[in-house]
Design a protein around this ligand. Structure first.
Ligand code: NAD
Ligand code: ZN
Length: 256
């Protein structure tokens, strides 16, 4: 179907009504929601990931075998993330939660922008860039306290190289994070899938799991994804920073 402004507006109204009527709504977010905050997703031309192949740089075996090399990418990514601000898409989800209409945000992002926008129930599926951990002795340190002058940073207790507390490819998702996420997915009536290509498992299993349990799946993305026309009930095609605030504006009309 050709996207016209009219049918996009109709879908925005439909999504608002679906949220208001839903017994329980969750959101699954991906890198796309932070693109308008200046953090590139895997696809953005000229971004971080066009310089550093994620397969090569974001795999735990690469970190283990050559942490100095990986830390050059991490330094650039952390400086970008620590300097970024939440955008209207993050704020819209925080507002939905404050209105009592969003149970949780499950995010694949490691940038902490949902929390900074005011969301409280945030499940960080792939960990967070806000912390550094020592894999040898368990020491933890806030990333903001790092000067980045000397990389790779070392543990002040045991001198091992510190690692951001993010889940690299090849690392397991923490057990309690998976349990909570799948519990939310299995008990919701609606899932908003925002800015994710939904190809990285096990996070990509969340929309199908929700669907199997009878939930509606609504996608907000600039492009169709692997879920579109298959798992998702409908896609609202456009940028999250434009679409989500419009949905919330419509929701306000219903509840006020
Ligand atoms: P992805 O790069 O595979 O897909 C991003 C999706 O967002 C695409 O479908 C794209 O069409 C869409 N998109 C781009 N700009 C958008 C916008 N303005 N509004 C709405 N949609 C938009 O990202 P993914 O699915 O999250 O998977 C990549 C993995 O990389 C994740 O596991 C994540 O942990 C990691 N990652 C995180 C960050 C971050 O923390 N901000 C950034 C890059 C990658
Ligand atoms: Zn240590």
């Amino acid at each position: 179907m050709k996207i016209t402004q009219d049918n996009k507006d109709a879908l925005i109204k439909k999504a608002a009504k679906d949220i208001v009527d839903s017994r329980k709504t969750i959101a699954l977010t991906g890198a796309g929601i932070s693109v308008e905050s200046g953090i590139p997703d895997f696809r953005s031309a000229g971004g971080l990931w066009s310089k550093y192949d994620p397969e090569e740089y974001a795999h735990i075996s690469a970190f283990q075998s050559n942490p100095e090399k990986i830390w050059h990418m991490l330094k650039e990514m952390m400086e970008l993330v620590l300097g970024a601000e939440p955008n209207p898409a993050h704020s819209a989800l925080a507002e939905l939660e404050q209105m009592g209409l969003l149970s949780s945000v499950i995010t694949q992002n490691v940038d902490g922008l949902h929390q900074r926008a005011g969301s409280r129930e945030v499940i960080e599926f792939h960990g967070s860039n806000q912390w550094l951990v020592c894999l040898e002795c368990g020491y933890r340190q806030e990333a903001a306290s790092l000067s980045f002058e000397v990389i790779p940073p070392r543990c002040p207790r045991c001198s091992s190289i510190l690692k951001p507390d993010v889940v690299f490819f090849g690392e397991p998702i923490p057990w309690e994070v998976q349990t909570r996420s799948f519990e939310e997915a299995g008990t919701c009536a609606l899932v908003l899938v925002v800015g994710t290509s939904a190809v990285v498992y096990p996070a990509a299993g969340i929309p199908p799991l929700a669907k199997q349990n009878g939930a509606k799946v609504v996608e907000i993305n600039t492009e169709p994804t692997a879920l579109t026309g298959f798992i998702s009930d409908y896609l609202i095609q456009g940028s999250a920073g434009t679409i989500l605030p419009k949905i919330v504006e419509e929701v306000r009309r219903h509840v006020s």
